[in-house]
Ligand binder design. Structure first.
Ligand code: ASP
Length: 352
């Protein structure tokens, strides 16, 4: 019998056997609230930015404090996943912790613009529905990721910027507001002063290489939930000394943030290059359309295409099987993960 005839018979027999032995939904371990299968394993990966981080610049005490906040973000996201919550809730919970941490360039601790203020960008996306929400140039929203999510869930739009995004925030009593100075930290002010000084020296004709730490520090999370759904969230203060309403890749769907049914990616790095490479979408499109393993797709975009254009940075991501990737072409990337088998960790440099 030719294969095309035999297969349906075999498939039908297998299906009947499966139906005969299938336990009821409750006995199969279905969470009554979420409908999620309890045997479906979850995964979570987060970043706190890639960049020129050297062991000399990072004291042991600072590294411990920073990694403790990465662990708190993992705990927040994992708690959602473990109770059968959605990937969307998990990435929101993880990113809120990182936004509230002064160590990262998102929310509290965001970098300064050239005029000494803060302008915050964020985006969130759900893979299986392709729903997305994004905001840029926020000045008073404590947790930009919450407003990005409100754009997705409570507006007919995907991307709101500056005054319009602030006006939308005025309609959302659940979104906490703070004065712009609330985001200040002494470390970021020092970085602004150093950037201004370099600018003056460059204007006076000195040839200086790109200053370490003038960009990077964005935060992001990608989760796979018990229903097999993927979501991604990214939040940033952008680049130190930015002007003219500059917006990077983080809030641009496809550039720094993207998810589909089989892949989710959050980028961090020199945003101009991630925009030009449409980096997050490029990785996920290779996985979805060409069947590339996510590790191969992410490696090629982050470690070949971005550097070939002259940019640098990293990304985190996962696929529908919970395979986690964390490529970067910089000396370090703050990152943390919980694999489907429960193994977890945090790291900063290439060697753990
Ligand atoms: N990608 C961000 C931006 O260009 C910066 C970062 O990742 O730290 O705005």
């Amino acid at each position: 019998m030719p294969m095309r005839h035999r297969f349906p018979l075999l498939a039908a027999a297998a299906l009947m056997a499966a139906v005969a032995s299938a336990p009821t939904a409750a006995a199969a371990g279905t969470n009554p609230e979420s409908g999620a299968r309890e045997d479906q394993r979850t995964a979570l990966v987060i970043h706190g930015g890639a960049g020129v981080i050297t062991r000399e610049q990072l004291s042991e005490a600072d590294e411990a404090a920073l990694r403790a906040d990465l662990d708190r973000a993992l705990d927040a996201g994992d708690a959602v996943l473990k109770r059968g919550g959605t990937a969307l809730d998990a990435v929101t919970a993880a990113v809120v912790v990182l936004e509230d941490s002064p160590w990262f360039n998102a929310g509290k601790g965001a970098v300064f613009t050239a005029d000494g203020t803060h302008e915050l960008d964020a985006a969130v996306m759900e893979g299986h529905t392709r729903r997305a929400g994004a905001v840029a140039g926020l000045r008073t929203v404590r947790n930009p990721i919450r407003l990005a999510r409100a754009v997705m869930e409570h507006s007919p739009h995907v991307f709101l910027v500056a005054d319009g995004a602030e006006a939308f925030a005025d309609t959302r009593p659940d979104v906490e507001r703070v004065p712009n100075e609330w985001f200040d930290t002494p470390r970021r002010r020092e970085q602004l002063e150093a950037a201004r000084e370099r600018e003056q020296r460059q204007a006076a004709g000195e040839a200086l290489p790109v200053a370490p730490g003038t960009y990077f520090g964005t935060v992001g999370a990608v989760a796979l939930d018990a229903n097999g759904h993927i979501a991604v969230a990214t939040s940033t203060g952008g680049m130190t000394n930015k002007r003219w309403g500059r917006v990077g890749d983080a809030p641009v769907i496809g550039a720094g943030t993207y998810a589909n049914d089989v892949c989710g990616i959050s980028g961090t790095g020199w945003g101009e290059f991630y925009l030009r490479a449409v980096a997050a979408h490029d990785i996920c499109a290779r996985v979805a359309l060409r069947g590339d393993p996510i590790a191969v797709a992410a490696e090629d975009v982050i470690n070949r295409i971005i550097p070939a254009l002259g940019g640098d940075g990293g990304a985190i991501g996962l696929d529908a099987q919970g395979n986690i990737v964390m490529p970067f072409n910089t000396p370090g990337m703050y990152r943390g993960w919980i694999k489907p088998d429960g193994r977890r960790g945090t790291a900063v440099f290439r060697d753990p």
